[in-house]
Design a protein around this ligand. Structure first.
Ligand SMILES: NC(=O)c1ccc[n+]([C@@H]2O[C@H](COP(=O)([O-])OP(=O)(O)OC[C@H]3O[C@@H](n4cnc5c(N)ncnc54)[C@H](O)[C@@H]3O)[C@@H](O)[C@H]2O)c1
Length: 374
């Protein structure tokens, strides 16, 4: 299929590259002209393992191209993935202005009917608003715009591998033909008929088949927020257990490891530390709490997870003060600046909060990170 991707960030570029590697024709566009120029010149603006390799091979095969002209990308494709940012507003709600901007472009630049796929993380009911906006902005052009929600579950650091080996693919649709098109887009992944850039010889070890779950648009949107919020909750839970272990005299790693071996619990995301950061968990948690509030559902359990997370830096500084006595004038090394390992993404990184506090208290900071230095 001829696909376009609007927004070439961590999600958009990985999505575009992987779909091109899987055999589709992909045209990528971004409002950031410098980013497009860098991609056109063969550069890779973000660090993600394997991404350089697949961008190069898709480019050599003529499967991927880039344009800063959104209209061109829209007109040349049958289906459009919206992968723009949805940052938090001050009240915790998601800022959907970039999605609205893209909706207007799609409605006015299209010359034929399109499938518009919402991949950005958005609050439930956004897809329905998106369809309404597309119809309103296209001003009786006679074109039809079908909308699908296809939330992304990839993790920065293992994004390419996650795209090719997802736990599940969730697709929210309103009609049969959109479900058919989405299945066609993901057919190479579902049938494992791609040459795997992650595994040796391009062949993935045999494993269970990937589920493509067809749901309503509202459910698909809710699945994403509910999943991320649950993982954030798990991290905060581990952090409270850590506080308790310190007071009682137990080893949190022993405790969480043993807990995680229970198949009903699982070890991932049960690690105590500085708390969660990045461009997803903090904002998705806020947006989910906000959404629940607008419909009169009090999500106290998530508010507690957020509160615990906000206290992590302060608690960490209690340890720093205990160790250093006076922080002012001390030289402190900070190992790791990105919000987690194997990425260059520093957005909402707890490490930066640590650095800021160290500087505020008069320490001299020497920081290092394998990917996030620039
Ligand atoms: N980063 C992740 O791990 C991850 C995982 C799953 C879902 N998501 C969601 O995916 C979305 C994108 O996240 P990201 O991390 O890729 O963000 P990002 O900031 O890395 O990328 C967004 C890109 O969109 C571009 N953009 C913004 N407005 C635009 C417009 N009007 N037209 C064209 N391009 C525009 C920006 O220039 C940027 O390159 C967010 O909703 C996020 O919550 C992110």
């Amino acid at each position: 299929m001829r696909l376009s991707v609007v927004g070439c960030g961590y999600v958009g570029l990985v999505t575009g590259a992987c779909l091109a590697e899987a055999g589709h024709e992909v045209i990528c566009t971004d409002i950031d002209e410098k980013r497009i120029a860098e991609l056109q010149a063969g550069g890779v603006p973000i660090y993600e393992e394997h991404l350089d390799k697949i961008l190069q091979s898709a480019r050599t095969a003529g499967k991927i191209s880039y344009t800063s002209d959104a209209g061109e990308a829209i007109r040349k494709s049958d289906a459009i993935f919206i992968c723009v940012g949805t940052p938090p507003k001050e009240n915790g709600d998601a800022d959907l202005s970039a999605i609205d901007h893209v909706a207007r472009q799609i409605a006015t630049e299209s010359r034929s009917s399109k499938l518009v796929i919402e991949k950005s993380t958005v609050p439930a009911r956004t897809g329905l608003e998106l369809r309404r906006a597309l119809t309103a902005y296209s001003r009786n052009s006679g074109l039809t715009f079908r909308v699908a929600s296809n939330p992304e579950f990839l993790r920065e650091g293992t994004a390419v591998s996650d795209f090719f080996h997802p736990d599940r693919i969730v697709v929210g649709v309103e009609d049969e033909s959109s479900a058919r098109d989405m299945r066609e887009i993901y057919r190479p992944i579902l049938e494992r008929s791609f040459s795997c850039p992650v595994h040796n010889n391009g062949t993935c070890p045999s494993g269970s088949a990937v589920d493509l779950l067809i749901t309503t648009i509202n459910s698909a949107e809710l699945i994403k927020h509910a999943s991320n919020s649950f993982l954030a909750l798990k991290i905060s839970y581990a952090n409270v257990i850590a506080d308790l272990c310190e007071k009682i005299g137990a080893n949190v790693e022993e405790v969480t490891h043993a807990m995680g071996l229970d198949s009903r619990i699982g070890t991932p995301f049960l690690r105590a530390g500085l708390g969660f950061g990045g461009f997803c968990f903090p904002k998705d948690l806020q947006a989910f709490i906000h959404l629940a509030g607008t419909v009169g559902v009090d999500f106290d359990i998530l508010k507690a997870a957020e509160r615990v997370n906000k206290q992590r830096i302060e608690r960490f500084f209690d340890k720093v003060r205990n160790a250093l006595w006076v922080v002012k004038g001390k030289r402190v090394a900070v190992l790791g600046l990105a919000f987690k390992a194997n990425t260059d993404d520093i957005r909402f990184s707890p490490a930066l909060e640590v650095v800021k506090e160290l500087l505020r208290q008069g320490a001299q900071v020497l920081a290092s990170d394998p990917e996030a230095i620039s």
